[in-house]
Design a protein. Structure first.
Ligand SMILES: NC(=O)c1ccc[n+]([C@@H]2O[C@H](COP(=O)([O-])OP(=O)(O)OC[C@H]3O[C@@H](n4cnc5c(N)ncnc54)[C@H](O)[C@@H]3O)[C@@H](O)[C@H]2O)c1
Length: 329
């Protein structure tokens, strides 16, 4: 298949590109590098450095590369920032997303896999969270992703767009060559590993009075390679129908404290903890039911064990102590 990946120089997009190139698909990475990294663009993929809002480059790319399907990962995705700067989130995640749909319509590209998020659910009433549970985002980031998801449904009805929306829980870990490098970093596992890497830096746990097994928040971590494999399966679905899937590892999830303990064990370094107050809008527990994607697409995660996920991230971090800055551009 001939696939364009928006945001393909980012964390998840680069690992997906690697999987697709290995599977001998033709891949075009479309990324402005506003947050991504040139060194994360996989050899074997074509690369277009451009803004998604650059209509003429986007249309030219879709046409010249004879694109058959798009994976739309480019977005802003910091929950805290979205609360103070909602305009940025509606602009990039909704308005610019719609310009992508228009370009696809004009260039007769009818299939899209969309990077959605657990944040569309807000404060869930029950766990694990299923695809048809009520959506009620508690921040503009989740709202912007939900707004785009809703647009997809109407575009399907009116214009015949086929889409698969994948609602990821917490992506983590690394492939052999590609890992997580965000500025600023807000995700727990890289933050904990950075704390282990830089001696004496402590990790703050926000709240230890939640109704969970040790009082800290419970989250569901999915290895980035397992996540990428789910996209490969989703691209296959586009031939037949549209769909929506939650993506996590399920089970009991892991508390923040368990993540820190597992990281201490993997790294052999005692990671100092500081207790902080709860953050506004942090649900106590977020666990995905991934039964639907397992049942319908036969998706089977290979890295359900937290230690394996952390070990892969740790190996990558030790090889890239300054992230992608160690590499060209
Ligand atoms: N990382 C997670 O745990 C997680 C969880 C749920 C959902 N998601 C979603 O998955 C997607 C990928 O996440 P990630 O962690 O890889 O993000 P990332 O920030 O590492 O990658 C996003 C990429 O998109 C590019 N980009 C953003 N806006 C652009 C624009 N307007 N034009 C061109 N390029 C643009 C950036 O340069 C960057 O390379 C995002 O849509 C995010 O909301 C991520």
């Amino acid at each position: 298949m001939r696939i364009l990946i928006t945001g393909g120089a980012g964390y998840i997009g680069s690992v997906l590109t690697e999987e697709l190139v290995n599977d001998e698909h033709y891949v075009v990475v479309y990324d402005s590098l506003y947050k991504g990294h040139r060194a994360a663009v996989v050899d074997g993929a074509a690369f277009v450095q451009a803004e998604l809002s650059d209509n003429s480059t986007l249309r030219k790319t879709l046409r010249e590369h004879r694109i058959e399907a798009v994976v739309h990962m480019a977005a802003d995705s910091l929950v805290g920032e979205s609360i103070v700067a909602p305009a940025k989130y509606y602009q990039n995640n909704v308005a610019i997303g719609l310009t992508l749909l228009e370009a696809m319509r004009e260039c007769s590209v009818h299939g899209l896999v969309f990077s959605s998020t657990a944040a569309v659910f807000g404060e869930p009433r029950k766990q694990p969270i299923k695809e048809d549970d009520p959506t009620s985002p508690t921040n503009p980031y989740g709202e912007s992703k939900l707004a785009f998801e809703k647009a997809l449904r109407w575009y399907e009805g009116a214009y015949g767009l086929r889409y698969v929306s994948l609602r990821y829980f917490n992506a983590a870990g690394a492939s052999i060559r590609l890992g997580e490098c965000h500025h600023p970093e807000t995700h727990l596992i890289p933050l904990v590993l950075q704390a282990a890497h830089v001696t004496n830096r402590e990790i703050t746990i926000y709240g230890n009075d939640y109704p969970t097994r040790d009082g800290t928040c419970v989250r569901d971590y999915i290895h980035v390679v397992d996540l990428a494999r789910a996209h490969v399966l989703a691209l296959g679905v586009l031939q037949e129908r549209s769909a929506m899937y939650n993506l996590g590892c399920g089970g009991d999830g892991y508390t923040v404290r368990e993540v820190v303990e597992a990281a201490s064990e993997v790294t052999g370094i005692d990671i100092p903890i500081r207790m902080g107050a709860r953050r506004v809008g942090d649900p106590a527990t977020l666990i995905a039911s991934s039964d639907k994607i397992k049942r319908e697409l036969n998706w089977q995660p290979q890295f359900q064990d937290l230690s394996k996920i952390i070990r892969s991230a740790w190996t990558w971090m030790k090889q890239h102590p300054n992230g992608y800055k160690d590499h060209s551009s």
